[in-house]
Design a protein around this ligand. Structure first.
Ligand code: RB5
Length: 152
């Protein structure tokens, strides 16, 4: 399942989504496009919900969500228990979002990033493993907060 990735966007992320799908397929990823299917205005929570539910159902381990800024997608995605969504604007953040945070969803801003910058972010994010160790202690605390609904 390692080379399978889900992707979804609203209209603000539609063009970048197209470019990333093409790029990832060239890199031999199995990319599942969950919409939106054109530039018409849609609501980003609908697409974040679709992708997050598919990840939680085991359809793939990782997903990419794109809206105009990436903010609406990340806010929505992080409402789902078991989804750890990271909004990244550069490769350093993408590396940390995997090594330190073990994120399973990457959020990008289609109106923020150039296509080549976004491709670099996606590649780093997909190719970086979770660091474990002290980072696992910290992500464990996130999971505990998620379970209890409150921090100590
Ligand atoms: C849609 O205009 C825009 O609000 C959306 O793409 C996203 O940027 C929301 O966070």
């Amino acid at each position: 399942m390692g080379k399978r990735v889900l992707i979804a966007s609203d209209h603000g992320g539609f063009e970048l989504k197209r470019a990333l799908i093409e790029h990832l397929r060239i890199l031999d990823y199995e990319v599942v496009d969950l919409g939106t299917e054109g530039p018409a205005s849609v609501d980003y929570p609908d697409f974040a919900g679709k992708l997050c539910k598919a990840i939680l159902a085991g359809d793939a381990e990782r997903g990419i969500l794109i809206c105009g800024t990436g903010i609406g997608m990340s806010i929505t995605a992080n409402k789902f228990k078991g989804i750890y969504a990271a909004l990244c604007t550069n490769e350093f953040m993408a590396r940390m979002a995997r090594n330190d945070n073990d994120s399973n969803v990457l959020c990008l801003g289609g109106r923020v990033l150039g296509g080549e910058v976004a491709k670099g972010i996606v590649e780093v994010w997909l190719n970086t493993s979770f660091g474990g160790g002290r980072h696992a202690r910290r992500t464990g605390k996130i999971r505990a907060i998620e379970k209890e609904g409150a921090a100590e």
